[in-house]
Ligand binder design. Structure first.
Ligand code: TMP
Length: 208
C-alpha cells in the first residue's frame, strides 16, 4: 500500500479507448482490495456535471474560448476541493478520466490559448495537485473519430485539424514529462492494452 494517496489520470483524444481502460483499471484495483475513487472530468460532483452539460451541449455553439476555459477550470476547482483533495488526504488512489493536461491540449494547443496562462490558472484550480502518473492512450485519430457516430457533442464536432492539434499537443507534453506521462498504444485486444497499463500502475504502487 502506498504511504500516501496516489493520483492517476487517463488522457487521450476523442474515442481513443481511455474510458474503457480506466474502468478496467478501476475494477482491477478494487479487486486487489485497494481504496480507489474513480471519476471523470469535467464531472465528478453534481455541480461539475452541470458544467459538463453546458460545455458539451451543441446548443451552446456561441460559447467563447475564454468562457470555455473558465468553465473547464470551474468544474475542476469544484471536483478537486470536494472529492480529489480529500480522497488523497485519506490515502486513497484517485483515478481520473481526464485532468489539466486535457485543458492544455484542447484549449491551449487546440484553440490557441496561451499555455502558460492555462498552467497558472491550473495551479489555482487544482491547489497544486498534480497526477503521479498519466496514461496517454494512443490510437489512430481518424479511426477513433469515425467511431463517434452521428450524434456528436460540441467538442467532437470540431474539425479534423483541431483534433490533430490536440493529439500533437499530447505528444509534446509526453516528450517534456516522460517520467509522469506514459504513452500506451491501443492494442487490438483490450486486455493487452490493460496489461501494459497495469504494469505502469503496479510499478507506481511498489514505489509507494
Ligand atoms: P470525455 O468525453 O472524454 O469525457 O471529455 C469531455 C470532452 O471535453 C472531450 O471532448 C474533451 C473535452 N475537454 C476539454 O476540451 N478540456 C478539458 O479540460 C477537459 C477535461 C475535457
Amino acid at each position: 500500500m502506498p504511504k500516501r494517496g496516489l493520483f492517476i489520470t487517463f488522457e487521450g483524444p476523442e474515442s481513443c479507448g481511455k474510458s474503457t481502460q480506466a474502468r478496467l483499471l478501476y475494477a482491477y484495483l478494487r479487486k486487489r482490495g485497494l481504496p480507489v475513487v474513480f471519476l471523470r472530468e469535467p464531472g465528478g460532483t453534481p455541480v461539475s456535471e452541470k458544467i459538463r452539460k453546458i460545455l458539451l451541449s451543441k446548443k451552446n455553439s456561441a460559447l467563447t474560448a475564454a468562457a470555455e476555459l473558465f468553465l473547464y477550470m470551474a468544474s475542476r476547482a469544484q471536483v478537486v476541493e470536494q472529492v480529489i483533495a480529500p480522497a488523497l488526504r485519506r490515502k486513497k488512489i484517485v483515478l481520473c478520466d481526464r485532468f489539466l493536461d486535457s485543458t492544455i491540449v484542447y484549449q491551449g494547443y487546440g484553440l490557441g490559448i496561451d499555455i502558460a496562462l492555462i498552467q497558472r490558472m491550473g495551479v489555482f484550480a487544482t491547489g497544486g495537485i498534480a497526477p503521479d502518473l498519466t496514461i496517454l492512450l494512443d490510437a489512430p485519430l481518424k479511426a477513433s473519430l469515425a467511431k463517434i457516430g452521428s450524434v456528436k457533442d460540441r467538442i467532437e464536432l470540431r474539425s479534423l485539424a483541431y483534433h490533430q492539434r490536440v493529439k500533437t499537443g499530447y505528444f509534446r507534453l509526453a516528450r517534456r514529462q516522460p517520467g509522469r506521462i506514459k504513452i500506451v498504444r491501443l492494442a487490438q485486444d483490450k486486455a493487452q492494452t490493460q496489461a501494459v497499463i497495469r504494469g505502469h500502475v503496479d510499478r507506481l504502487l511498489k514505489k509507494g
